[in-house]
Ligand binder design. Structure first.
Ligand SMILES: Nc1ncnc2c1ncn2[C@@H]1O[C@H](COP(=O)(O)OP(=O)(O)OP(=O)(O)O)[C@@H](O)[C@H]1O
Ligand SMILES: [Mg+2]
Length: 180
């Protein structure tokens, strides 16, 4: 089975994906590393812009019939058996990305994306089987237990479990209202 773990930057994808793959005995694959190793995408400044169609094609080719956990905020564009969308309170996105030294603009973009469910909506447009997990106040182990529990119960879809509208005022100082 191919499991895609996606979500806003800083939500905890890499932490959870590594643990989940270990617990299930699956291979762990990071989208960025995969793309760099195979020369998919272009370097734009110090980031790489990944060609999503090429990524999906190459991953399907390599992982068909295998058990893998794919980690990355583009993983929901890769055909998979299950998409796990990790969520976290937007305040924590802000705090984590601030600690990483992200620019105000990138901070604002990502806090806003979490606030208005950008990745969830994209994932639902691309996939049938989408499971959303709120990681707020949970340990990575608890998050992985929840994911495995949902898989074992055969849950096909579980979305709409968070509503960050109440968080708006709190994260307002991080937002870049009005653009540039
Ligand atoms: N319940 C949790 N699940 C996952 N990570 C958590 C959790 N609680 C706290 N964290 C912390 O949040 C941070 C998340 O970082 P991580 O690199 O896993 O995020 P990411 O989504 O992979 O980010 P990026 O999109 O930049 O790759 C880590 O410092 C991790 O220890
Ligand atoms: Mg990561």
């Amino acid at each position: 089975m191919i499991i895609a773990v996606t979500g806003t930057p800083g939500v905890g994808k890499t932490t959870v994906s590594k643990l989940l793959s270990k617990r299930l005995g699956y291979e762990y694959v990071g989208v960025k590393e995969f793309a760099v190793e195979r020369d998919i995408g272009e370097k734009v400044g110090d980031e790489i812009e990944i060609d999503i169609d090429e990524l999906a094609e190459k991953m399907v080719e390599e992982f068909k019939g295998k058990n893998v956990v794919i980690d990355g905020h583009l993983s929901h564009f890769v055909p998979s058996d299950l998409v796990v969308v990790l969520r976290v309170h937007p305040r924590l996105v802000a705090e984590r990305l601030k600690d990483r030294g992200y620019s105000r603009k990138k901070l604002a973009e990502n806090v806003e994306a979490e606030l208005i469910d950008v990745i969830l909506v994209e994932a639902l447009e691309e996939n049938e089987r989408v499971i959303e997990v709120d990681t707020t106040g949970k340990t990575p182990e608890e998050v992985v237990d929840e994911i495995i529990g949902l898989i074992e119960r055969g849950v096909k879809k579980r979305v709409g479990i968070v509503d960050w509208s109440e968080a708006y005022d709190e994260v307002l100082p991080y937002l870049n209202l009005g653009g540039e």
